[in-house]
Design a protein around this ligand. Structure first.
Ligand code: ADP
Ligand code: MG
Length: 762
């Protein structure tokens, strides 16, 4: 069944070529116990290794069941070793870090036998060699004879046709040797056993055929086989190691060097710790900044004013590129006009009736309020003791009145931003509210506007105070073609047509909203504007102004700065808002609102477009990008330690390859492919990578506690550092990938090791 034809083998060491086998031809029967006898160095082991497919012959042919092996590829040899031959070595060659049972199972594991069947078969074999009660011991807990029995059980595991034994009793005492030989003799009853020995007594006592070798030649053969019958149905089953097996093997190996593995994992986790901390800090700061912006900016309105500033990236780059062609510090004696960048950034909005309609149709779920500011002036008179005074409401240097947003939905912008200290807010009624600062203060000008004088006031002092809005027809008296305001303030104040105006509520910005509600003063409702416009739009002066093309108050002609429309708006003729303030409900709905506003501009000419200003967006985009830049720089620094750990893993794996060389040889002898060996070491780095990633994340997570304490001490911000679970997972993956990359070269080296040499290492 096995036939060697003119097998030649030589080794070259340096320039010295040694022929070890000189045209050896031998045939074996299906079923015999052949002893190969010969002095040390005669080429017995080499012959056996060639028969077992561990070593390659130079020329000649090895014929298995009538099939030539000349065209065998590596996988064919692997499969041949796995399921056609079983090896028994002088030094047992068991894998020391897995149990006796697992050692016996290994060959079956490689050929893909299921775990249950594998275990059953292995226990059966261990029983046969008398070691079933030692199945769960590690090999080094056994005696030499016992170890050799395990090796015999392992050799039999895949039911090979051929058992190859290289001085199986060479390391055993006489008594144990006899027991082992009996066992092998038993096996030889149903298999072809080829045993190498230099002990003639052993050979003659047990073998059925003795082949003597000397200097690479067959010297004699006690029972040669001539003209053997060939049957050509030789089948071999391909082998493969699953990644799980590789993992298990490496995990058991790693368990034998816990300390070193822990140190390695810790060292390579340092980069991960660094990056995890940076990410959790920047993540935390981002959340902090975002929350701050949410609180402070979400209630700042989106503004649509007559002139909108566009500060987007495009604009900024345009600004920087302008006139760049002009040389700096030039020698030319020329002067240039500087382009006005501001002009190109300003957009004039023409707020139309359509647009106001469009704004009023915003999804009510997205906004908490809106305010439409018109240019209408109020003719307001206050009453102090015995005096009457006109109230200025529009002078920006003093205390301008602001517009209270009209509530939309359940909780309006006013409720969410202010505490009501007294009275009631009703934005559907024409009225005023007084907004005080965090210390309940208002400016002197505001008090003066209300007609109050003093240092301290009760809420009632404020709520009881009355102002009067005088209608145009009472206020403006016609004199010729012109109108002049009346100065009999007392009778105007007491005129029954005049509208009584009261402060209906006192508001103070909520504690956490102090930044945006800092300014104090009076605010009026949209309803007040509507009422005044309604009363004044048909007044004498409005009608006169509509007809005249000069200013009926000053008698001056109109120009670009002071238009008739402005004047009409001022007098309260029905007019368009000059500014619209939209209060998004929260940060998310703000995007909906801006999307809605952007949609209006679709397919519109530049001049008809309405641009809005979104301060919140401008500020947050700036702070976000600064944060990101800092994070990237820090991560780049920490990544250096990842590179270092990558190299370190490479070195550690290389050491492991050196340590496990014997194991590589054993696995190859059992039929493991090169790929499987690579897999074993990849599994090792996989485990270390996973471990160091997990360790890094755990340590980083623990470190966020002291980090948070320090930050809280320094800045008062609590719980800033937060590790995003997604980042954690990603970092573990990075750690695993990096260690696998680091271990790839040594793993590849391991897979290329020559099995015979690997077996020979100690
Ligand atoms: P035996 O098993 O009969 O003692 P071997 O087959 O081990 O002999 O070795 C036969 C000869 O081949 C010896 O001289 C040994 O030095 C040489 N030899 C074996 N393997 C190698 C090798 N890998 N490289 C170089 N020489 C080798
Ligand atoms: Mg030998």
């Amino acid at each position: 069944m096995l036939k060697l034809e003119h097998i030649k083998k030589s080794y070259t060491v340096g320039s010295n070529k040694q022929v070890v086998l000189k045209k050896v031809s031998l045939s074996f029967r299906q079923n015999e116990f052949v002893a190969i006898l010969g002095p040390s160095g005669s080429g017995k082991t080499t012959l056996l290794n060639i028969i077992g497919g561990l070593d390659n012959y130079d020329s000649g042919d090895l014929i298995i069941n009538g099939k030539s092996t000349k065209k065998f590829k590596a996988p064919d040899w692997d499969a041949y070793r796995n399921n056609t031959v079983g090896f028994i070595f002088q030094s047992y060659n068991l894998i020391s870090h897995i149990s006796v049972l697992e050692n016996v199972e290994m060959g079956m594991t490689l050929s893909g036998v299921g775990p249950k069947q594998r275990k059953k078969k292995a226990l059966e074999l261990l029983k046969k060699v008398g070691l079933v009660e030692h199945a769960h011991k590690k090999p080094n807990q056994l005696s030499g004879g016992q170890m050799q029995r395990v090796a015999i059980a392992r050799a039999l595991a895949n039911d090979p046709d051929i058992i190859l034994a290289d001085e199986p009793t060479g390391a055993l005492d006489t008594k144990t040797s006899k027991q082992i030989m009996e066992l092998i003799k038993e096996i030889a009853k149903e298999k072809l056993v080829i045993m190498v020995t230099h002990n003639p007594t052993l050979a003659s006592n047990y073998a059925t055929r003795i082949v003597e070798m000397q200097d690479g030649n067959i010297l004699s053969d006690s029972n040669p086989l001539e003209n053997s019958q060939e049957n050509e149905n030789f089948m071999i089953k391909k082998t493969a190691m699953s990644f799980l097996t590789a993992l298990k093997l490496s995990f058991n190996n790693i368990k034998t060097k816990k300390g070193r593995t822990a140190l390695t994992a810790f060292a390579s986790s340092i980069g991960i710790i660094g990056i995890a901390l940076i990410l959790s800090l920047s993540n935390g700061f981002n959340i902090e900044v975002e929350n701050f912006e949410r609180d402070s900016l979400s209630s700042s309105p989106i503004m649509i004013t007559e002139e909108a500033m566009q500060v987007d990236e495009e604009m900024v780059s345009k600004m920087q590129n302008k006139q760049e062609s002009l040389e700096k510090y030039s020698d030319k004696d020329k002067i240039y006009k500087q382009e006005n960048v501001m002009n190109s950034m300003l957009h004039t909005n023409n707020i139309t009736e359509d647009y106001v309609e469009y704004i009023k149709n915003i999804n009510k779920n997205d906004i908490s309020g809106y305010a439409l500011q018109t240019a209408t002036s109020f003719n307001i008179i206050n009453h102090t003791d015995n005096d009457y005074e006109m109230v200025t409401t529009t002078n920006y240097q003093l205390a301008p009145w602001t517009l209270l947003p009209t509530k939309v939905g359940e909780e309006g912008m006013v409720e969410s931003t202010y505490d009501v200290l007294a009275g009631e807010v009703n934005d559907e009624e024409p009225g005023l509210v007084l907004i005080v600062d965090s210390r309940n203060r208002v400016s002197e000008t505001t008090l003066k506007q209300l007609g109050l004088d003093g240092e301290e006031f009760s809420f009632d002092d404020i709520l009881n105070k009355e102002l009067k809005i005088v209608l145009n027809d009472d206020y403006y008296k016609k004199v010729g073609d012109n109108f002049i305001p009346s100065n009999d303030l007392k009778s105007l104040y007491n005129n029954e047509n005049s509208i009584t105006l009261k402060v209906t509520a006192i508001l103070r910005g909520k504690e956490d909203k102090e930044i945006i509600t800092g300014t104090s003063g009076l605010a009026y409702t949209n309803a007040l504007t509507d009422l005044v416009v309604q009363k004044n739009k048909d007044s004498e002066i409005v009608k006169a102004q509509e007809e005249a093309d000069y200013n009926v108050l000053t008698n001056e002609p109109f120009d670009e700065e002071n238009t008739k429309d402005d004047m009409l708006a001022y007098l309260g003729a029905e007019s368009m808002p000059i500014a619209i303030y939209i209060y998004p409900k929260d940060f998310e709905s703000k995007d909906n609102v801006t999307a809605y506003l952007d949609k209006y501009n679709d397919n519109k000419d530049e001049e008809d477009m309405i641009e809005y200003t979104d301060m919140a967006e401008m500020i947050s985009s700036l702070s976000g990008s600064i944060m990101d830049a800092i994070t990237i720089v820090l991560i780049a620094f920490s990544s250096i330690s990842l590179v270092v750990s990558c190299i370190m893993i490479g070195i550690i794996t290389y050491i492991s390859v050196l340590e496990r060389t014997k194991e590589i040889g054993i696995l190859r002898a059992l039929g493991a492919r090169k790929k499987d060996i690579r897999r074993v070491f990849n599994a090792e780095t996989f485990i270390i990578g996973l471990f160091s990633g997990l360790l890094g994340i755990v340590i980083a997570y623990l470190l966020t506690c002291p980090a948070n304490m320090i930050i809280e001490n320094l800045s008062g911000l609590a719980d800033v550092a937060k590790l995003n679970p997604l980042h954690a997972l990603l970092l573990i993956a990075v750690s695993m990938i990096l260690t696998i990359i680091g271990g790839a070269i040594p793993a590849n080296m391991a897979s290329k090791k020559d099995p015979v040499e690997a077996l020979r290492t100690e």
